[in-house]
Design a protein around this ligand. Structure first.
Ligand code: HEC
Length: 172
């Protein structure tokens, strides 16, 4: 049932996007550099907004999960998320390449540290506005989302120095 909903959502998204890049001001194909700049600015703005909304809890780690929950998180990831993010988290799937905003390489330690864990939980629950990353709060319980994020942490290639936002320190 969830899967049906997901494919439907994807079909609508792909139709709705029609190859037009959000932020491209209606220009058919902005240069790759412009696109990358616009995406980076959008992600910075999203992080600022989440930092404001979450306040002090922005940097609080998520509760740890046991091995049983993590295994469940891995299964849910493969079923619902790997189509875009790839089993390895690196993206680059056929679907990912067809999207107007690519999921990027979530196994890259720099990328993995860009948002704090709490920020990622918000993104998984509510989605990343103006991107194909939709929110899952209608279909997944919060503890399942936490388990999926725990699994995703195991995909990061190198142990990042600190998962919980090296970068967040530069706010303001
Ligand atoms: C339709 C494709 C698609 C699916 C399915 C999808 N994602 Fe995403 N996801 C994206 C895209 C695109 C981004 C990048 C959004 C951005 O740049 O703000 C993203 C971003 C994220 C992020 C933020 C990390 C970052 O650095 O941008 C997390 C965490 C995430 N996804 C987790 C999940 C989880 C968990 C699932 C499954 C429950 C999932 N995604 C399913 C496309 C998808």
């Amino acid at each position: 049932m969830l899967r049906g909903w997901t494919s439907f959502g994807l079909a609508v998204l792909l139709l709705a996007c029609g190859g037009n890049v959000p932020g491209g001001d209606g220009v058919e194909s902005p240069s790759a550099a412009e696109h990358a700049r616009a995406q980076a600015a959008r992600r910075d703005a999203l992080r600022d907004r989440l930092a404001r909304t979450l306040g002090r809890s922005y940097d609080e780690p998520l509760p740890r999960v046991d091995s049983h929950e993590r295994a469940k998180g891995a299964r849910v990831y493969e079923r619902l998320c790997a189509g875009c993010h790839g089993r390895s988290g690196r993206g680059g799937t056929r679907l990912a390449r067809a999207l107007p905003v690519e999921p990027g390489d979530l196994a890259d330690p720099a990328r993995a540290g860009f948002f704090s864990e709490r920020a990622k939980l918000s993104i998984v629950a509510e989605g990343s506005p103006d991107t194909p990353m939709t929110g899952w709060q209608e279909g997944l319980e919060e503890r399942t989302m936490i388990a999926v994020l725990d699994h995703m942490r195991t995909l990061v290639r190198l142990p990042a120095r600190s998962q919980a936002g090296n970068e967040a320190e530069e706010e303001r």
